[in-house]
Design a protein around this ligand. Structure first.
Ligand code: CA
Length: 234
């Protein structure tokens, strides 16, 4: 089952960034730039989660949130509000209006993705897969444990997120820049060589004493989780 997320955000660049990242996580995404249009659309269809900007043309995010909570079909719809800095009062009002969570702009995309997942896991456990499997590797997104052939691997937090990110899209080659965006976050400025360092550590932890390497280096492009790995013996 593909979880459906609706983005209500009038800042086009941000809406695009969110769409890109949510789709990379396997969500199906619909974006609406106006509050009033979103209200109309939400009468026709109910997504699994709503990312709702505060300041919107049409009707404001907070007013939309209030109206959604008053309607039977959207009373329990998970809502994450996106707020600008310095809207402390409004944030408090937002939570009082019934939003489940909020993030303050500019926010870290990986952190928002983690919150989306956490809320969906609570509210729609059936649409969130907590276990990623490939070959003899098993990654549990809930407990943050990774096993290979049943043995637990010791990974640092960055190596864990890197492996999770790669395992979500087997076969897809990611550039170092895409990995930095997806794993470290856009607003974090680290050298692209950092990616190589952490890939090295990840490989060491995952491959300890084994022949088959699940991480593929694609010269001149980047890295991928080897889609041949899933079918191969260790
Ligand atoms: Ca806005």
């Amino acid at each position: 089952m593909t979880p459906r997320v609706m983005i209500v955000e009038d800042e086009e660049a941000l809406a695009l960034l969110l769409r890109y990242n949510l789709e990379a996580e396997g969500y199906s995404v619909e974006a609406v730039p106006r509050g009033d249009d979103a209200e109309t659309r939400l009468k026709e269809t109910t997504p699994d989660l709503l990312l709702l900007d505060w300041m919107l043309p049409g009707i404001s995010g907070i007013e939309l949130c209030r109206r959604l909570r008053a309607r039977e079909t959207t009373r329990t719809l998970p809502i994450i509000m996106l707020t600008a800095r310095g809207e402390e009062q409004e944030r408090i009002r937002g939570l009082a209006t019934g939003a489940d969570d909020y993030v303050v702009k500019p926010f870290s995309v990986p952190e928002l993705m983690a919150r989306v997942r956490a809320i969906l896991r609570r509210s729609r456990p059936e649409v969130i897969a907590s276990l990623l499997r490939a070959g003899d590797i098993e990654l549990d997104r809930e407990t943050h444990r990774v096993r290979r052939s049943g043995r637990e691997l010791r990974l640092g937090p960055t190596e864990f997120r890197l492996l999770e990110f790669l395992m979500k899209s087997p076969g897809r080659v990611f550039s170092r820049e895409q990995l930095l965006d997806g794993v470290w976050g856009r607003d974090v400025y680290v050298d692209e060589r950092t990616v190589d360092v952490h890939i090295g550590r990840l490989r060491k932890a995952v491959n300890r004493g084994r022949v088959k390497d699940p991480i593929r280096t694609v010269r001149g492009s980047g890295y991928a989780f080897d889609d041949q790995f899933a079918g191969a013996a260790n």
